[in-house]
Ligand binder design. Structure first.
Ligand code: NAP
Ligand code: NAG
Ligand code: NAG
Length: 400
């Protein structure tokens, strides 16, 4: 508790620092030995074009990340985590939107985002800090989710803004810690921001989690249970032991058919978290308590797909129309329809750290790969049937 309030005080101090235009040019680094010669390249897995697994290329000459804003930190990556979005991005998903985030003025029209580094989770050690970073020092063990519009963690180093980074739970090794940030930030943003839950008003709420055995699902089950809710988990039968072990109260197998019929026999729900999408969207909202503020939240959104297909402006317009139409349709039946999104947040990870160190949440690592096995790790993701997370040790066995 004391640590949490200290870190909160530190956070607000950080966010009160205004970044003036004058500071926007490259800054010198306060924390590391300024006299040491600076590395200019690092090892990384990159892609130079979008496509199948063969586009992944190992290089020892990837550009070393630079601190461009005073609130940024460079983290030495010890372990990285993979998510379905890495697979999609390898194939070009989100390219239009992400290119705009990386190159807002559209200066580099062709191939500007390459070489692109994937990998959305990092657990590692702070190496350098920008001038206005007060919360971290070189040597701090940290974890973070790297936003999709930034260079990823399948590299020796990654640059992040200080408010995306959080001190890593002391009770986890680096590979375990790398299994958490991206799914935790997604589940947190979805349950807290989209569903309006918190630890004080989740008690006894009936929550249905569809896709419960995957990365987001295994985290969401534990978060809802820690906050006193009741969890019904939908997964295939061979994942029943796993999700029960995480606290699920009731498990429904979708693989043996007619999952909607099985679910209709149960009491109605206050919240549905859907990480499967597709057909489920048709029948799942009907399982909610009508006219009681109940919400159906799906993580499978056409948002980036629309901007890829239609361009950024028209794509956003299309997404706004889609969400408005769906929200209206469901609202007329007395339930709320929302989209859930990943949102980077160091402060959310601070709270997750407390829950992990208190034993309320544990990482679920499905398989661990070495840095030389990154293509195999992607193939594992590609096979689907996740039972937790795929992580990569970037630096030896990562047990430091
Ligand atoms: N909008 C956002 O910002 C955002 C952020 C994070 C994730 N997502 C999306 O959310 C989804 C889940 O992410 P994740 O990291 O949890 O993926 P994941 O680790 O691959 O897990 C997906 C899980 O769904 C299960 N599954 C597949 N079909 C199912 C069905 N019909 N009913 C119930 N379970 C089913 C899979 O197991 P079996 O195949 O063995 O059943 C697997 O355990 C992905 O589509 C991802 O792109 C979106
Ligand atoms: C465009 O690309 C060139 C070389 O690839 C690079 O030096 C330059 O900084 C890029 N410009 C922007 C605005 O990203
Ligand atoms: C939970 O509490 C928050 C803040 O007090 C409130 O905004 C939210 O609507 C509540 N959610 C539910 C589901 O009761």
């Amino acid at each position: 508790r004391k640590r949490l309030s200290a870190s909160l005080a530190c956070r607000s101090a950080c966010s009160s620092v205004t970044v003036t235009k004058a500071l926007r040019k490259p800054v010198l680094f306060t924390c590391s030995s300024a006299s040491a010669p600076r590395a200019t390249v690092m090892a990384a897995w990159v892609i130079d074009s979008y496509g199948p697994n063969e586009v992944l290329r190992f290089t020892e000459n990837a550009p070393f990340p630079a601190i461009r804003y005073p609130n940024e930190v460079i983290v030495k990556v010890l372990s990285a985590g993979l998510n379905p979005i890495d697979l999609s991005m390898r194939g070009g998903y989100g390219a239009a939107t992400l290119r705009m985030r990386r190159d807002p003025l559209n200066v580099n029209r062709s191939g500007g985002e390459f070489p692109l580094i994937l990998g959305r989770d990092v657990s590692g050690v702070v190496m350098e800090c920008g001038l206005s970073v007060t919360c971290f020092r070189p040597g701090d063990k940290v974890w973070a989710a790297v936003p999709p519009w930034k260079q990823g963690s399948l590299a020796e180093f990654v640059v992040l803004s200080g408010n995306e980074v959080s001190l890593k739970p002391g009770s986890l090794s680096h590979p375990e810690a790398a299994a958490v940030p991206y799914v935790a930030s997604t589940a947190w943003s979805t349950l807290v921001n989209s569903a309006g839950l918190n630890k004080d008003n989740c008690s006894k709420k009936r929550v249905l989690i569809i896709g419960a055995s995957g990365g987001v699902g295994t985290f969401a089950i534990q978060m809802v249970k820690a906050w006193g809710g009741h969890v019904t988990a939908v997964c295939s039968q061979n994942a029943e032991g796993l999700v029960r072990g995480l606290g699920a109260d009731h498990v429904v197998d979708y693989a043996t058919g007619a999952v909607d019929i099985k679910l209709k026999t149960l009491d109605k729900f206050d919240l549905i978290l859907d990480s499967v999408g597709g057909d489920t969207e048709r029948w799942a909202p009907g399982l909610l308590k009508p006219w009681a503020g109940a919400r159906y939240i799906t993580l499978v959104t056409p948002f980036l797909r629309n901007t890829d297909a239609l361009g950024v402006a028209d794509g956003m317009m299309q997404s706004a129309l889609t969400i408005a139409t769906k929200a209206l349709k469901h609202f007329s039946k007395g339930v709320h329809y929302r989209w859930g999104f990943f949102a980077p947040s160091g402060p959310a990870l601070d709270e997750v750290r407390e829950m992990v160190d208190a034993g309320q949440i544990r990482p679920v690592v499905e398989q661990q790969f070495s840095f030389s096995q990154v293509p195999q790790a992607f193939l594992k993701l590609e096979k689907g049937h996740a039972r937790g997370k795929v992580v990569v040790s970037v630096d030896g066995d990562g047990i430091q």
